[in-house]
Design a protein around this ligand. Structure first.
Ligand code: C2E
Ligand code: CA
Ligand code: CA
Length: 709
């Protein structure tokens, strides 16, 4: 049984009974409400019915009027007229007005099929209406997106001309609506992007695809570029023939810019804006691919700045940064646009020059770079000569892969640095050297443990007494195979490793132990020990020295630390120096005159002594220029109440000149080389420069004078 809700317009109850019976027979479980006048009918129209069955003629009402009321209220309920005989013309009018059917009371067998048909038609009508509603809604939604949306939308015909565009699209391109619809898509596309987009569109209109997405550049009316992402889909007619395309256009300029910046940051050095190691090795591997394919040759340059650390240490990091930036600029200017110049890290640069098809041509490029460094760099007030050591490796002779080429260029660079030749090209025998260098560091680690290091002591003589008052400890390495290795050959290497702090510890411990032994034997000497910049970085250094002095019951004034000018300028060094000085340890500036420093530190830091560098002292007896440097240096030291010591005194003439200039103390081969402890003890007894009878007193007096501050 199908339940239906029926409104029946009928004045005669028996007729109504008949109709209901007929419905029941046909399988309908009908819930019937009967009315017989207009007022009741109108009231019932408020509730919903599945079906209206209406008698044609009622005493105060009729079916046609009922139908009219239904239409006026826009109510869609199947309306069937059930009546005595009615005229054909009335029936036609009723159907015309929307009645579903009409039938005669004496032919009620037609009722069931008529109801079924009317209900089916109503179901169909409802479905159609729902579909139309959905369509209307989606059209409305599209219209709203089109008109008010923030994405650009463009309808483009198969001739690639605009049919319609929305406001957002116009705003994005800064065009007036009426101007843009006169244009074609190519008129606003960046010339480089026309072809790829046009290909995709052509394929779409040819039916090969229904949609595509592309990122491309549009040109604003002003000519400025906008990066857009366009999603294009095809609209077809009922037969499937392409009508036009809809493009949804998003401005992705900002995103592209951010991506580009990220990409740049990932592949470039922030300080110099040069390509970084990643990009450099990438270009190098491309060059290798090309070189292998074409059997061509090219050169790779690895370059390291010669005195960068010194500048950084003495003038500060900002000055160091400036120097790196200026170096980058020099390199850029010295090379061609197509050459790759990269910062590989720290003060290391790499160059991948074009057109270096032979090692000779690569050397020409390297010389060009060196020539560009002839003029000094201006960093603030300072004028700095910053050199580069260039190592060259040539593809394919010196390597066929990135790693080998770079390693070999690196080896050559070390050779250039060591030999001070500016540039070097890789050769097999270099490699053995660099391997040897590594091995040496490994051995040095063991050397400290295996007691292969020894200290030699160089006497320091006071000009007034002409007697030795102290010694400088100088380290040497007694290598089982190579013999005695001077400090210049392993300390610079050790400075790049953690070995340096064990070395300093060993030197301090050994020299202070020796000093204690000499004092017990009645030899009153002071001890000078050399420290490197990196030693001053160690916060624990002052404590270590304090502990050692306590261990050997030595007065702190018996020890002087020698520090180069550049080392004392390093950021934390001044704190270490102050703490040492507060403890009573003497502070001496080594190699004075060779650094870049502004001398102001002499006033602010607790310095006790300056040591005029050997290079000025060596030739001063014969070279007036050198003498002209030494004289004011001595005067400067004395004005600041510092002791002035001259290093590298090799002959009597020099000694005499220094004496006449008022120098306080001297050391050098004229007096003695650095000696082993036993040798020194003999020398002190036999030499005219030795301690002598009254020396204990003399040494004490000198130390006292040195520490006037
Ligand atoms: P420095 O501190 O300037 O030491 C003086 C150097 O000049 C010594 O070389 C010494 O032998 C040499 N010398 C002294 N008088 C003369 C002379 O009249 N003529 C010539 N031609 N040379 C003279 P050495 O022992 O080879 O030391 C070289 C450098 O190694 C030292 O220069 C110092 O900077 C460093 N050094 C030596 N021992 C140590 C150490 O224990 N620790 C640290 N960090 N560095 C050290
Ligand atoms: Ca020294
Ligand atoms: Ca020195």
């Amino acid at each position: 049984m199908i339940p239906i809700n029926v409104l029946m317009l009928e004045d005669r109850a028996p007729d109504a009974e008949l109709v209901m019976h007929e419905l029941k027979v046909a399988g309908y479980d009908a819930e019937v409400t009967r009315v017989d006048n207009k007022a009741d009918y109108l009231q019932q129209l408020g509730s919903s019915y599945d079906l209206i069955l209406a008698d044609y003629n009622l005493p105060q009402f009729d079916a046609i009027s009922a139908l009219k009321l239904l239409n006026e209220r826009d109510i869609d309920v199947p309306f069937i007229i059930v009546s005595g005989s009615i005229g054909e013309d009335v029936a036609v009018e009723a159907i015309h007005m929307g009645a579903a059917d009409y039938l005669l009371k004496d032919r009620l067998t037609r009722l069931a099929p008529a109801v079924t048909k009317a209900l089916d038609q109503k179901t169909m009508r409802d479905a159609k209406r729902a579909t139309e509603e959905r369509l209307r809604e989606s059209q409305e939604r599209f219209q709203r997106v089109f008109e008010e949306g923030s994405v650009g939308i463009a309808l483009v015909g198969s001739d690639y001309r605009f049919i319609e565009v929305n406001d957002a699209f116009c705003q994005m391109l800064e065009y007036e609506h009426d101007d843009i619809v006169k244009l074609g898509i190519e008129d606003i596309t960046h010339p480089d992007d026309i072809d790829p987009a046009a290909d995709l569109s052509r394929q779409m209109f040819a039916g090969q695809n229904d949609a595509y997405r592309i990122e491309k550049r549009y040109l604003k009316k002003t000519g400025d570029v906008v990066w857009v992402q366009v999603s294009v889909s095809l609209v077809k007619d009922k037969e499937g023939k392409p009508l036009y395309s809809i493009g949804v256009v998003q401005d992705v300029t900002e995103r592209r810019k951010a991506e580009k910046e990220l990409e740049f940051l990932a592949l470039h050095d922030a300080l110099t804006e040069l390509p970084n190691r990643t990009l450099f090795t990438d270009r190098l591997s491309h060059a290798i691919v090309t070189g292998t394919r074409d059997s061509s040759s090219f050169g790779v340059l690895v370059m390291d700045m010669d005195r960068f650390k010194e500048v950084n240490d003495s003038l500060g990091h900002q000055a160091g940064d400036l120097l790196l930036q200026q170096m980058a600029e020099r390199l850029r200017l010295a090379l061609r646009q197509a050459d790759t110049v990269a910062r590989l890290g720290g003060d290391e640069f790499g160059v991948l020059p074009t057109n270096t098809t032979s090692a000779e041509l690569t050397i020409v490029t390297a010389r060009k770079i060196l020539a560009s460094l002839d003029l000094p760099f201006a960093i603030g007030e300072a004028r700095i000569d910053a050199g580069l050591s260039i190592g060259i490796a040539q593809f394919p002779e010196h390597g066929r892969d990135v790693e080998t080429l770079l390693r070999h260029a690196d080896v050559a660079m070390y050779v250039a640095k060591r030999n001070k030749t500016g540039l070097a090209i890789y050769s097999q025998e270099h490699d053995e050297h660099s391997a040897g260098r590594l091995a040496l560091m490994t051995e040095l680690r063991q050397a400290i443990r295996n007691q292969q290091l020894e200290l030699h002591y160089m006497p320091k003589v006071d000009f007034r007494t002409r007697r030795t008052y102290g010694v400088e400890a100088l380290v040497r390495w007694r290598h089982p195979v190579r013999g005695l290795i001077p400090p210049d050959q392993f300390i610079p290497m050790a400075e790049q490793t953690d070995l340096l702090s064990s070395l300093a510890r060993w030197v301090l411990e050994t020299s202070l132990k020796q000093l204690d032994a000499w004092r017990r034997a009645g030899l009153e000497l002071s001890m000078a020990v050399n420290l490197s910049a990196a030693n001053l970085h160690e916060a624990s250094l002052p404590e270590m020295i304090r502990d050692l002095l306590a261990k050997y019951k030595l007065d702190p004034s018996a020890l002087t630390v020698e520090i180069t000018e550049s080392a004392i300028m390093v950021a934390q060094a001044d704190r270490t120096v102050r703490r040492l000085s507060d403890m009573g340890v003497g502070v001496s500036i080594d190699d004075f005159g060779t650094g870049y420093s502004a001398l102001s530190y002499l006033k602010t830091l607790p310095v006790d002594e300056i040591k005029i560098d050997r290079s000025f002292v060596r030739d001063m007896a014969v070279n007036p220029d050198d003498a002209a440097i030494v004289q004011p240096t001595i005067d400067l030291g004395h004005n600041l109440r510092l002791r002035v010591t001259a290093e590298g005194v090799e002959d009597e003439d020099t000694w005499l000149v220094l004496e006449s200039l008022g120098c306080d103390a001297a050391q050098g081969f004229y007096i003695s080389e650095a000696l082993l402890p036993a040798e020194l003890e003999v020398w002190l007894k036999q030499s005219a420069w030795g301690i002598g009878a009254e020396t204990g007193e003399s040494a004490a007096r000198l130390r006292g004078e040195a520490r006037v501050r």
